[in-house]
Design a protein around this ligand. Structure first.
Ligand SMILES: Cc1cc2nc3c(=O)[nH]c(=O)nc-3n(C[C@H](O)[C@H](O)[C@H](O)COP(=O)(O)OP(=O)(O)OC[C@H]3O[C@@H](n4cnc5c(N)ncnc54)[C@H](O)[C@@H]3O)c2cc1C
Length: 500
Protein backbone atom coordinates (compact mmCIF):
# COMPACT_ATOMS: atom_id res chain seq x y z
CA UNK A 1 0.00 0.00 0.00
CA UNK A 2 1.35 3.47 -0.83
CA UNK A 3 2.79 5.69 1.88
CA UNK A 4 -0.17 6.87 3.97
CA UNK A 5 0.44 10.61 4.33
CA UNK A 6 -3.20 11.54 4.53
CA UNK A 7 -5.03 9.00 6.65
CA UNK A 8 -7.96 11.39 7.23
CA UNK A 9 -9.16 10.92 3.69
CA UNK A 10 -8.96 7.14 3.31
CA UNK A 11 -10.87 5.83 0.31
CA UNK A 12 -11.61 9.19 -1.29
CA UNK A 13 -10.93 9.77 -4.95
CA UNK A 14 -10.98 12.74 -7.30
CA UNK A 15 -11.29 12.28 -11.05
CA UNK A 16 -10.25 15.33 -13.08
CA UNK A 17 -12.38 15.40 -16.22
CA UNK A 18 -15.65 13.76 -17.23
CA UNK A 19 -14.90 12.24 -20.63
CA UNK A 20 -16.00 8.65 -21.27
CA UNK A 21 -12.79 7.47 -19.56
CA UNK A 22 -13.23 9.73 -16.52
CA UNK A 23 -16.85 8.70 -16.04
CA UNK A 24 -16.03 5.00 -16.45
CA UNK A 25 -13.23 5.28 -13.86
CA UNK A 26 -15.45 7.23 -11.47
CA UNK A 27 -18.23 4.60 -11.65
CA UNK A 28 -15.68 1.84 -11.06
CA UNK A 29 -14.04 3.62 -8.12
CA UNK A 30 -17.35 4.48 -6.48
CA UNK A 31 -18.39 0.84 -6.90
CA UNK A 32 -15.01 -0.21 -5.41
CA UNK A 33 -15.87 1.75 -2.25
CA UNK A 34 -14.07 5.04 -2.92
CA UNK A 35 -16.07 8.16 -2.19
CA UNK A 36 -15.52 9.73 -5.61
CA UNK A 37 -15.86 13.27 -6.91
CA UNK A 38 -15.48 14.31 -10.56
CA UNK A 39 -14.21 17.82 -11.30
CA UNK A 40 -15.11 19.02 -14.80
CA UNK A 41 -14.00 22.37 -16.12
CA UNK A 42 -16.83 22.73 -18.67
CA UNK A 43 -20.45 23.45 -17.84
CA UNK A 44 -21.53 19.97 -18.94
CA UNK A 45 -19.95 16.52 -18.61
CA UNK A 46 -18.75 14.41 -21.55
CA UNK A 47 -15.47 15.96 -22.72
CA UNK A 48 -15.20 15.25 -26.44
CA UNK A 49 -18.75 13.86 -26.11
CA UNK A 50 -20.14 17.30 -25.23
CA UNK A 51 -23.49 18.43 -26.66
CA UNK A 52 -24.91 21.64 -28.11
CA UNK A 53 -28.64 22.26 -27.79
CA UNK A 54 -29.62 25.11 -30.09
CA UNK A 55 -32.94 26.19 -31.62
CA UNK A 56 -34.46 22.77 -31.05
CA UNK A 57 -31.47 20.91 -32.55
CA UNK A 58 -29.28 18.48 -30.62
CA UNK A 59 -25.72 18.35 -31.92
CA UNK A 60 -23.47 15.73 -30.35
CA UNK A 61 -20.03 17.29 -30.45
CA UNK A 62 -17.83 14.23 -30.87
CA UNK A 63 -18.23 10.44 -30.76
CA UNK A 64 -21.20 9.05 -32.65
CA UNK A 65 -20.13 5.49 -33.48
CA UNK A 66 -20.74 3.39 -30.39
CA UNK A 67 -19.13 -0.04 -30.55
CA UNK A 68 -18.76 -2.73 -27.86
CA UNK A 69 -21.80 -1.74 -25.77
CA UNK A 70 -20.78 -4.61 -23.47
CA UNK A 71 -17.93 -2.50 -22.05
CA UNK A 72 -20.53 0.10 -21.02
CA UNK A 73 -23.04 -2.46 -19.75
CA UNK A 74 -20.28 -3.80 -17.49
CA UNK A 75 -20.07 -0.41 -15.75
CA UNK A 76 -23.79 -0.34 -14.98
CA UNK A 77 -23.59 -3.94 -13.75
CA UNK A 78 -20.73 -3.03 -11.38
CA UNK A 79 -23.04 -0.39 -9.95
CA UNK A 80 -25.73 -3.06 -9.51
CA UNK A 81 -27.87 -1.58 -12.30
CA UNK A 82 -29.03 -2.45 -15.82
CA UNK A 83 -27.92 -0.15 -18.62
CA UNK A 84 -31.21 -0.62 -20.48
CA UNK A 85 -33.03 1.02 -17.52
CA UNK A 86 -30.98 4.17 -18.19
CA UNK A 87 -30.49 4.37 -21.95
CA UNK A 88 -31.69 2.71 -25.14
CA UNK A 89 -29.10 1.84 -27.79
CA UNK A 90 -30.34 1.74 -31.37
CA UNK A 91 -28.63 -0.40 -34.01
CA UNK A 92 -27.25 1.46 -37.01
CA UNK A 93 -27.19 -0.17 -40.49
CA UNK A 94 -25.18 0.12 -42.62
CA UNK A 95 -22.34 0.96 -40.23
CA UNK A 96 -21.03 3.52 -42.73
CA UNK A 97 -21.99 4.55 -46.26
CA UNK A 98 -18.82 5.29 -48.20
CA UNK A 99 -18.82 7.67 -51.17
CA UNK A 100 -16.18 8.50 -53.76
CA UNK A 101 -16.19 11.40 -56.19
CA UNK A 102 -16.57 9.10 -59.22
CA UNK A 103 -20.01 8.05 -57.95
CA UNK A 104 -18.97 4.80 -56.23
CA UNK A 105 -21.04 3.99 -53.14
CA UNK A 106 -20.16 1.19 -50.72
CA UNK A 107 -22.28 0.12 -47.73
CA UNK A 108 -19.95 -1.08 -45.00
CA UNK A 109 -21.66 -3.36 -42.50
CA UNK A 110 -21.47 -6.73 -40.76
CA UNK A 111 -23.88 -8.29 -43.24
CA UNK A 112 -21.30 -10.63 -44.68
CA UNK A 113 -23.13 -11.62 -47.89
CA UNK A 114 -23.77 -8.01 -48.77
CA UNK A 115 -20.18 -7.03 -47.98
CA UNK A 116 -18.76 -9.90 -50.04
CA UNK A 117 -21.05 -9.07 -52.98
CA UNK A 118 -19.82 -5.46 -53.00
CA UNK A 119 -16.16 -6.49 -52.64
CA UNK A 120 -16.52 -9.14 -55.37
CA UNK A 121 -18.14 -6.67 -57.75
CA UNK A 122 -15.06 -4.48 -57.50
CA UNK A 123 -12.58 -7.37 -57.83
CA UNK A 124 -13.65 -11.04 -57.67
CA UNK A 125 -10.23 -12.11 -56.32
CA UNK A 126 -10.72 -9.89 -53.29
CA UNK A 127 -13.56 -12.09 -51.96
CA UNK A 128 -11.08 -14.78 -50.95
CA UNK A 129 -8.61 -12.04 -49.95
CA UNK A 130 -11.21 -10.52 -47.63
CA UNK A 131 -12.00 -13.88 -46.03
CA UNK A 132 -8.29 -14.46 -45.36
CA UNK A 133 -7.93 -10.92 -44.03
CA UNK A 134 -10.85 -11.46 -41.67
CA UNK A 135 -9.26 -14.66 -40.33
CA UNK A 136 -6.06 -12.69 -39.64
CA UNK A 137 -7.88 -9.71 -38.08
CA UNK A 138 -9.94 -11.98 -35.82
CA UNK A 139 -6.72 -13.44 -34.39
CA UNK A 140 -5.43 -9.89 -33.83
CA UNK A 141 -8.69 -9.03 -32.08
CA UNK A 142 -8.27 -11.90 -29.60
CA UNK A 143 -4.63 -11.05 -28.85
CA UNK A 144 -4.84 -7.25 -29.08
CA UNK A 145 -8.26 -6.48 -27.62
CA UNK A 146 -9.39 -9.41 -25.51
CA UNK A 147 -5.99 -10.17 -23.96
CA UNK A 148 -4.15 -6.83 -23.96
CA UNK A 149 -6.82 -4.14 -24.35
CA UNK A 150 -7.79 -3.74 -20.70
CA UNK A 151 -4.65 -4.63 -18.78
CA UNK A 152 -2.05 -2.11 -17.64
CA UNK A 153 1.52 -2.04 -19.01
CA UNK A 154 3.34 -0.60 -15.99
CA UNK A 155 6.65 -2.39 -16.37
CA UNK A 156 8.85 -3.00 -19.39
CA UNK A 157 8.58 -6.69 -18.47
CA UNK A 158 4.80 -6.58 -19.11
CA UNK A 159 5.64 -5.46 -22.63
CA UNK A 160 8.32 -8.10 -23.11
CA UNK A 161 5.81 -10.78 -22.11
CA UNK A 162 3.39 -9.50 -24.75
CA UNK A 163 6.08 -9.17 -27.45
CA UNK A 164 5.82 -12.73 -28.88
CA UNK A 165 2.12 -12.19 -29.56
CA UNK A 166 2.81 -8.83 -31.17
CA UNK A 167 5.60 -10.29 -33.32
CA UNK A 168 3.34 -13.18 -34.33
CA UNK A 169 0.78 -10.63 -35.50
CA UNK A 170 3.38 -8.70 -37.50
CA UNK A 171 2.55 -5.65 -35.41
CA UNK A 172 5.45 -3.78 -37.01
CA UNK A 173 3.51 -3.64 -40.29
CA UNK A 174 0.99 -0.84 -40.84
CA UNK A 175 -2.77 -1.35 -41.07
CA UNK A 176 -2.77 -0.34 -44.74
CA UNK A 177 0.16 -2.53 -45.81
CA UNK A 178 -1.40 -5.50 -44.03
CA UNK A 179 -4.73 -4.98 -45.79
CA UNK A 180 -2.92 -4.55 -49.10
CA UNK A 181 -1.41 -8.02 -48.76
CA UNK A 182 -4.92 -9.46 -48.96
CA UNK A 183 -6.90 -6.92 -51.00
CA UNK A 184 -6.06 -5.60 -54.45
CA UNK A 185 -8.78 -3.01 -55.09
CA UNK A 186 -7.88 0.52 -54.00
CA UNK A 187 -11.32 1.52 -52.78
CA UNK A 188 -11.79 -1.71 -50.81
CA UNK A 189 -8.42 -1.03 -49.18
CA UNK A 190 -9.68 2.41 -48.18
CA UNK A 191 -13.00 0.98 -46.98
CA UNK A 192 -11.21 -1.46 -44.67
CA UNK A 193 -8.53 0.92 -43.38
CA UNK A 194 -10.16 4.33 -42.81
CA UNK A 195 -11.47 3.33 -39.36
CA UNK A 196 -7.93 3.72 -37.93
CA UNK A 197 -8.69 7.44 -38.18
CA UNK A 198 -11.46 7.02 -35.60
CA UNK A 199 -8.79 6.47 -32.98
CA UNK A 200 -6.46 9.15 -34.34
CA UNK A 201 -4.10 6.90 -36.29
CA UNK A 202 -2.81 7.17 -39.84
CA UNK A 203 -3.56 3.75 -41.44
CA UNK A 204 -0.24 4.02 -43.33
CA UNK A 205 1.67 4.29 -40.06
CA UNK A 206 -0.11 2.67 -37.17
CA UNK A 207 0.49 -0.89 -36.19
CA UNK A 208 -1.52 -3.70 -37.77
CA UNK A 209 -2.77 -4.41 -34.23
CA UNK A 210 -5.48 -1.88 -35.10
CA UNK A 211 -6.88 -4.18 -37.78
CA UNK A 212 -8.77 -5.48 -34.74
CA UNK A 213 -11.29 -2.66 -35.24
CA UNK A 214 -12.88 -4.47 -38.19
CA UNK A 215 -13.75 -7.73 -36.34
CA UNK A 216 -14.65 -5.68 -33.27
CA UNK A 217 -17.26 -3.72 -35.24
CA UNK A 218 -18.42 -6.89 -36.98
CA UNK A 219 -18.90 -8.73 -33.68
CA UNK A 220 -20.52 -6.00 -31.59
CA UNK A 221 -22.21 -3.85 -34.25
CA UNK A 222 -22.50 -0.08 -34.42
CA UNK A 223 -24.99 1.61 -32.13
CA UNK A 224 -26.40 5.04 -31.42
CA UNK A 225 -27.99 6.06 -28.13
CA UNK A 226 -31.60 7.25 -28.39
CA UNK A 227 -31.44 10.98 -27.75
CA UNK A 228 -27.82 11.14 -28.96
CA UNK A 229 -24.42 10.26 -27.51
CA UNK A 230 -24.82 12.82 -24.75
CA UNK A 231 -27.88 10.91 -23.50
CA UNK A 232 -25.45 8.07 -22.83
CA UNK A 233 -23.14 10.48 -20.98
CA UNK A 234 -26.09 11.64 -18.86
CA UNK A 235 -26.98 8.00 -18.15
CA UNK A 236 -23.42 7.38 -16.94
CA UNK A 237 -23.54 10.46 -14.71
CA UNK A 238 -26.90 9.33 -13.32
CA UNK A 239 -25.72 5.83 -12.44
CA UNK A 240 -22.61 7.35 -10.83
CA UNK A 241 -24.76 9.69 -8.73
CA UNK A 242 -27.27 6.91 -7.95
CA UNK A 243 -24.50 4.99 -6.19
CA UNK A 244 -23.34 8.04 -4.24
CA UNK A 245 -20.75 9.73 -6.49
CA UNK A 246 -20.72 13.47 -7.03
CA UNK A 247 -19.79 15.65 -9.99
CA UNK A 248 -18.91 19.34 -10.05
CA UNK A 249 -19.10 21.02 -13.45
CA UNK A 250 -17.60 24.46 -14.25
CA UNK A 251 -14.88 23.49 -11.77
CA UNK A 252 -11.43 23.45 -13.44
CA UNK A 253 -8.65 21.70 -11.52
CA UNK A 254 -5.79 24.17 -11.07
CA UNK A 255 -3.16 21.90 -9.47
CA UNK A 256 -2.68 18.34 -8.38
CA UNK A 257 -1.35 18.81 -4.85
CA UNK A 258 1.48 16.55 -3.76
CA UNK A 259 3.35 16.01 -0.51
CA UNK A 260 6.65 14.15 -0.44
CA UNK A 261 5.98 12.37 -3.70
CA UNK A 262 2.36 11.50 -2.98
CA UNK A 263 -0.77 13.03 -4.53
CA UNK A 264 -2.88 14.27 -1.63
CA UNK A 265 -5.62 16.14 -3.44
CA UNK A 266 -6.50 18.78 -5.99
CA UNK A 267 -6.76 22.54 -5.87
CA UNK A 268 -9.83 23.74 -7.75
CA UNK A 269 -11.82 26.98 -7.61
CA UNK A 270 -9.37 28.25 -4.98
CA UNK A 271 -10.19 25.33 -2.67
CA UNK A 272 -8.01 22.41 -1.57
CA UNK A 273 -9.92 19.15 -2.03
CA UNK A 274 -8.13 16.27 -0.29
CA UNK A 275 -8.14 12.77 -1.78
CA UNK A 276 -6.34 9.51 -1.35
CA UNK A 277 -6.40 8.82 -5.08
CA UNK A 278 -6.25 11.35 -7.94
CA UNK A 279 -7.03 10.22 -11.48
CA UNK A 280 -6.46 12.61 -14.33
CA UNK A 281 -8.75 12.21 -17.34
CA UNK A 282 -7.54 15.57 -18.62
CA UNK A 283 -5.13 15.66 -21.55
CA UNK A 284 -1.91 13.93 -20.42
CA UNK A 285 0.35 16.75 -21.63
CA UNK A 286 -1.85 19.38 -19.89
CA UNK A 287 -1.74 17.29 -16.70
CA UNK A 288 2.06 17.23 -16.56
CA UNK A 289 2.63 20.71 -17.95
CA UNK A 290 -0.04 22.64 -16.04
CA UNK A 291 -1.52 20.63 -13.20
CA UNK A 292 1.91 19.40 -12.02
CA UNK A 293 4.02 22.36 -13.09
CA UNK A 294 5.59 22.87 -9.63
CA UNK A 295 6.38 19.20 -9.12
CA UNK A 296 10.12 18.46 -9.52
CA UNK A 297 9.51 14.69 -9.69
CA UNK A 298 7.81 14.92 -13.10
CA UNK A 299 10.18 17.41 -14.80
CA UNK A 300 11.69 14.69 -17.01
CA UNK A 301 8.32 13.26 -17.97
CA UNK A 302 7.00 16.72 -18.80
CA UNK A 303 10.00 17.38 -21.04
CA UNK A 304 9.51 14.03 -22.77
CA UNK A 305 5.86 14.92 -23.50
CA UNK A 306 7.05 17.74 -25.78
CA UNK A 307 8.84 15.23 -28.00
CA UNK A 308 5.85 12.92 -28.49
CA UNK A 309 3.83 12.64 -31.69
CA UNK A 310 0.29 13.86 -31.41
CA UNK A 311 -2.76 12.72 -33.35
CA UNK A 312 -4.34 14.83 -36.05
CA UNK A 313 -6.81 17.55 -35.18
CA UNK A 314 -10.30 17.97 -36.62
CA UNK A 315 -12.41 20.72 -38.10
CA UNK A 316 -16.10 20.18 -37.37
CA UNK A 317 -19.19 22.00 -38.69
CA UNK A 318 -22.44 21.37 -36.81
CA UNK A 319 -25.43 22.38 -38.89
CA UNK A 320 -29.19 22.08 -39.00
CA UNK A 321 -31.05 22.02 -42.33
CA UNK A 322 -34.64 22.08 -43.48
CA UNK A 323 -33.93 19.42 -46.08
CA UNK A 324 -33.33 15.66 -45.93
CA UNK A 325 -30.78 14.17 -48.34
CA UNK A 326 -32.06 10.70 -49.07
CA UNK A 327 -28.80 9.39 -50.51
CA UNK A 328 -27.25 9.64 -47.05
CA UNK A 329 -27.14 7.10 -44.27
CA UNK A 330 -26.53 7.82 -40.55
CA UNK A 331 -22.71 7.64 -40.88
CA UNK A 332 -21.19 8.73 -44.19
CA UNK A 333 -17.60 8.94 -45.34
CA UNK A 334 -16.85 11.03 -48.41
CA UNK A 335 -13.39 10.12 -49.70
CA UNK A 336 -11.48 12.81 -51.56
CA UNK A 337 -9.41 12.15 -54.66
CA UNK A 338 -6.23 11.45 -52.72
CA UNK A 339 -5.96 9.00 -49.82
CA UNK A 340 -2.28 8.45 -48.95
CA UNK A 341 -1.26 11.95 -50.09
CA UNK A 342 -3.95 13.63 -48.05
CA UNK A 343 -3.09 11.62 -44.94
CA UNK A 344 0.55 12.52 -45.48
CA UNK A 345 -0.37 16.22 -45.47
CA UNK A 346 -2.46 15.78 -42.32
CA UNK A 347 -0.01 13.68 -40.32
CA UNK A 348 3.41 14.65 -41.70
CA UNK A 349 3.82 17.84 -43.71
CA UNK A 350 1.21 19.78 -41.72
CA UNK A 351 -0.15 21.39 -44.87
CA UNK A 352 -3.81 22.32 -45.04
CA UNK A 353 -4.57 20.71 -48.40
CA UNK A 354 -6.94 22.01 -51.04
CA UNK A 355 -8.76 18.67 -51.00
CA UNK A 356 -10.25 16.83 -48.05
CA UNK A 357 -12.13 13.72 -46.94
CA UNK A 358 -15.21 14.25 -44.84
CA UNK A 359 -17.14 12.25 -42.26
CA UNK A 360 -20.77 13.36 -42.36
CA UNK A 361 -22.95 12.56 -39.38
CA UNK A 362 -26.68 12.47 -40.17
CA UNK A 363 -28.22 11.30 -36.86
CA UNK A 364 -31.75 12.33 -37.80
CA UNK A 365 -31.69 9.22 -40.04
CA UNK A 366 -31.88 7.17 -36.81
CA UNK A 367 -33.51 9.52 -34.31
CA UNK A 368 -35.97 12.20 -35.44
CA UNK A 369 -36.01 13.78 -31.96
CA UNK A 370 -32.66 15.49 -32.61
CA UNK A 371 -34.15 18.23 -34.80
CA UNK A 372 -37.38 20.22 -34.92
CA UNK A 373 -40.14 18.84 -37.16
CA UNK A 374 -39.24 19.10 -40.84
CA UNK A 375 -35.56 19.68 -39.96
CA UNK A 376 -32.45 17.51 -39.80
CA UNK A 377 -29.29 17.64 -37.67
CA UNK A 378 -25.84 17.06 -39.21
CA UNK A 379 -22.18 17.45 -38.56
CA UNK A 380 -19.35 17.41 -41.08
CA UNK A 381 -15.86 16.61 -39.88
CA UNK A 382 -12.56 16.90 -41.74
CA UNK A 383 -9.26 15.64 -40.29
CA UNK A 384 -6.66 18.45 -40.32
CA UNK A 385 -3.04 18.73 -39.09
CA UNK A 386 -2.53 19.40 -35.40
CA UNK A 387 -1.03 22.69 -34.21
CA UNK A 388 2.34 21.14 -33.42
CA UNK A 389 3.12 20.47 -37.07
CA UNK A 390 1.12 23.23 -38.75
CA UNK A 391 0.96 27.00 -38.44
CA UNK A 392 -2.54 27.57 -39.86
CA UNK A 393 -4.15 30.64 -38.31
CA UNK A 394 -7.54 29.10 -37.54
CA UNK A 395 -9.09 32.37 -36.42
CA UNK A 396 -8.75 33.56 -40.01
CA UNK A 397 -9.03 30.23 -41.77
CA UNK A 398 -12.10 28.77 -40.02
CA UNK A 399 -14.83 30.68 -41.92
CA UNK A 400 -13.08 30.01 -45.27
CA UNK A 401 -12.56 26.33 -44.53
CA UNK A 402 -16.16 25.96 -43.38
CA UNK A 403 -17.40 27.48 -46.65
CA UNK A 404 -15.11 25.22 -48.69
CA UNK A 405 -16.41 22.06 -47.01
CA UNK A 406 -20.05 23.06 -47.41
CA UNK A 407 -19.48 23.92 -51.07
CA UNK A 408 -17.77 20.58 -51.63
CA UNK A 409 -20.65 18.69 -50.01
CA UNK A 410 -23.20 20.68 -52.00
CA UNK A 411 -21.39 20.14 -55.33
CA UNK A 412 -20.82 16.41 -54.88
CA UNK A 413 -23.41 14.92 -52.54
CA UNK A 414 -25.95 17.34 -51.09
CA UNK A 415 -27.54 19.52 -53.79
CA UNK A 416 -29.18 22.66 -52.39
CA UNK A 417 -27.36 22.22 -49.07
CA UNK A 418 -26.27 25.79 -48.43
CA UNK A 419 -29.69 27.38 -48.82
CA UNK A 420 -31.25 24.68 -46.63
CA UNK A 421 -29.01 25.46 -43.62
CA UNK A 422 -30.84 27.22 -40.80
CA UNK A 423 -28.14 27.09 -38.13
CA UNK A 424 -24.41 26.30 -38.08
CA UNK A 425 -21.37 26.48 -35.84
CA UNK A 426 -17.74 25.45 -36.27
CA UNK A 427 -15.17 23.86 -33.98
CA UNK A 428 -11.52 24.24 -35.06
CA UNK A 429 -8.20 22.90 -33.71
CA UNK A 430 -7.97 26.10 -31.62
CA UNK A 431 -11.22 25.15 -29.86
CA UNK A 432 -9.71 21.79 -28.92
CA UNK A 433 -7.09 23.79 -27.03
CA UNK A 434 -9.35 26.39 -25.41
CA UNK A 435 -12.40 24.20 -24.69
CA UNK A 436 -10.72 20.89 -23.82
CA UNK A 437 -7.13 21.78 -22.81
CA UNK A 438 -6.04 19.48 -25.65
CA UNK A 439 -2.38 20.37 -26.20
CA UNK A 440 -1.60 21.04 -29.91
CA UNK A 441 -5.33 20.69 -30.60
CA UNK A 442 -4.82 16.92 -30.92
CA UNK A 443 -8.28 15.37 -31.19
CA UNK A 444 -7.15 11.89 -30.06
CA UNK A 445 -4.16 12.70 -27.79
CA UNK A 446 -0.89 10.85 -28.62
CA UNK A 447 -0.81 9.02 -31.96
CA UNK A 448 -1.23 5.28 -31.44
CA UNK A 449 2.04 4.29 -33.13
CA UNK A 450 3.97 1.27 -31.85
CA UNK A 451 6.51 3.64 -30.24
CA UNK A 452 3.68 5.21 -28.25
CA UNK A 453 1.59 2.16 -27.37
CA UNK A 454 1.33 -0.20 -24.40
CA UNK A 455 4.38 0.31 -22.10
CA UNK A 456 5.49 3.24 -24.29
CA UNK A 457 2.22 5.16 -23.74
CA UNK A 458 1.64 7.24 -20.58
CA UNK A 459 1.27 4.64 -17.82
CA UNK A 460 -2.08 4.07 -16.11
CA UNK A 461 -0.26 4.79 -12.80
CA UNK A 462 2.35 7.53 -12.64
CA UNK A 463 5.89 6.19 -12.10
CA UNK A 464 6.95 8.93 -9.71
CA UNK A 465 3.98 10.20 -7.76
CA UNK A 466 2.11 7.78 -5.55
CA UNK A 467 -1.64 7.99 -5.67
CA UNK A 468 -1.67 9.57 -9.16
CA UNK A 469 -3.29 7.68 -12.03
CA UNK A 470 -4.36 8.38 -15.61
CA UNK A 471 -7.40 7.41 -17.62
CA UNK A 472 -8.50 8.32 -21.14
CA UNK A 473 -7.12 8.62 -24.64
CA UNK A 474 -3.50 9.44 -23.67
CA UNK A 475 -2.94 6.34 -21.57
CA UNK A 476 -3.10 2.60 -22.44
CA UNK A 477 -4.84 1.35 -24.55
CA UNK A 478 -5.76 4.66 -26.25
CA UNK A 479 -8.51 6.71 -27.88
CA UNK A 480 -12.04 5.77 -28.91
CA UNK A 481 -14.84 4.84 -26.54
CA UNK A 482 -13.91 1.15 -26.11
CA UNK A 483 -10.28 2.29 -25.65
CA UNK A 484 -10.87 4.87 -22.92
CA UNK A 485 -13.44 2.69 -21.14
CA UNK A 486 -10.82 -0.09 -21.29
CA UNK A 487 -8.25 2.31 -19.84
CA UNK A 488 -10.59 2.86 -16.86
CA UNK A 489 -10.69 -0.90 -16.30
CA UNK A 490 -6.89 -1.15 -16.49
CA UNK A 491 -6.34 1.84 -14.18
CA UNK A 492 -8.92 0.81 -11.59
CA UNK A 493 -7.51 -2.72 -11.48
CA UNK A 494 -4.17 -1.17 -10.46
CA UNK A 495 -5.86 1.04 -7.83
CA UNK A 496 -7.71 -1.98 -6.46
CA UNK A 497 -4.40 -3.79 -5.92
CA UNK A 498 -2.66 -0.68 -4.55
CA UNK A 499 -5.38 -0.07 -1.96
CA UNK A 500 -6.43 -3.65 -1.19
C1 LIG B 1 -15.17 14.90 -33.21
C2 LIG B 1 -14.79 13.56 -32.64
C3 LIG B 1 -15.45 12.42 -33.08
C4 LIG B 1 -15.16 11.18 -32.52
N1 LIG B 1 -15.87 10.08 -32.93
C5 LIG B 1 -15.71 8.92 -32.27
C6 LIG B 1 -16.60 7.83 -32.51
O1 LIG B 1 -17.52 7.96 -33.32
N2 LIG B 1 -16.43 6.69 -31.79
C7 LIG B 1 -15.44 6.55 -30.86
O2 LIG B 1 -15.35 5.48 -30.23
N3 LIG B 1 -14.58 7.56 -30.61
C8 LIG B 1 -14.71 8.74 -31.28
N4 LIG B 1 -13.89 9.79 -30.98
C9 LIG B 1 -12.83 9.61 -29.98
C10 LIG B 1 -13.42 9.65 -28.58
O3 LIG B 1 -14.42 10.62 -28.52
C11 LIG B 1 -12.37 10.00 -27.55
O4 LIG B 1 -11.22 9.20 -27.70
C12 LIG B 1 -12.90 9.83 -26.13
O5 LIG B 1 -14.21 10.31 -26.00
C13 LIG B 1 -11.97 10.57 -25.20
O6 LIG B 1 -12.38 10.33 -23.88
P1 LIG B 1 -11.45 10.68 -22.68
O7 LIG B 1 -11.88 9.83 -21.53
O8 LIG B 1 -10.01 10.61 -23.07
O9 LIG B 1 -11.83 12.17 -22.23
P2 LIG B 1 -12.13 13.52 -23.01
O10 LIG B 1 -13.36 13.38 -23.77
O11 LIG B 1 -10.92 14.02 -23.65
O12 LIG B 1 -12.47 14.43 -21.74
C14 LIG B 1 -11.49 14.99 -20.89
C15 LIG B 1 -12.21 15.94 -19.99
O13 LIG B 1 -11.27 16.56 -19.11
C16 LIG B 1 -11.70 17.89 -18.91
N5 LIG B 1 -10.58 18.69 -18.40
C17 LIG B 1 -9.44 19.03 -19.06
N6 LIG B 1 -8.66 19.77 -18.24
C18 LIG B 1 -9.33 19.90 -17.06
C19 LIG B 1 -9.04 20.55 -15.84
N7 LIG B 1 -7.88 21.22 -15.65
N8 LIG B 1 -9.95 20.48 -14.84
C20 LIG B 1 -11.13 19.80 -15.00
N9 LIG B 1 -11.45 19.17 -16.16
C21 LIG B 1 -10.54 19.21 -17.16
C22 LIG B 1 -12.17 18.34 -20.27
O14 LIG B 1 -13.00 19.47 -20.21
C23 LIG B 1 -12.91 17.08 -20.72
O15 LIG B 1 -14.26 17.13 -20.32
C24 LIG B 1 -14.15 11.06 -31.54
C25 LIG B 1 -13.45 12.20 -31.12
C26 LIG B 1 -13.77 13.43 -31.65
C27 LIG B 1 -13.03 14.66 -31.15
Amino acid sequence: MPNDTNSSNAKTAIVIGSGFGGLAAAIRLQAQGFSTTILEQRDKPGGRAYVYHEDGFTFDAGPTVITVPQCLEELFALAGKKMSDYIELLEVQPFYRLFWEDGTVFNYSNKEDDLLAQIGKRNPADVKGYQDYLTYAEKVYVEGYEKLGQVPFLRFWDMVKATPQLVKLNAQRSVYSTISRYIKDDKTRQALSFNSLLIGGNPFEISSVYTLIHPLEKKFGVHFPKGGTHALIRAMVKVFEDIGGSIRCSCPAERIVTHEGQAIGVRAAGEFLPAKVVISNADVHHTYNNLLQDEPLVKRTTKAMNKKDYSMSLFVIYFGANKRFDNLSHHNIMFGERYKGLLNDIFKTGELSDDFSVYLHAPSETDASLAPEGHYAYYALAPVPNLKISDVNWEEEAPRYCERILTYLEDHYMPGLKESIVIKKCFSPLDFVTELNAVHGAAFSLTPTLRQSAYFRVHNRDDNIKGLYFVGAGTHPGAGIPGVVGSAKATCSVIELDYA
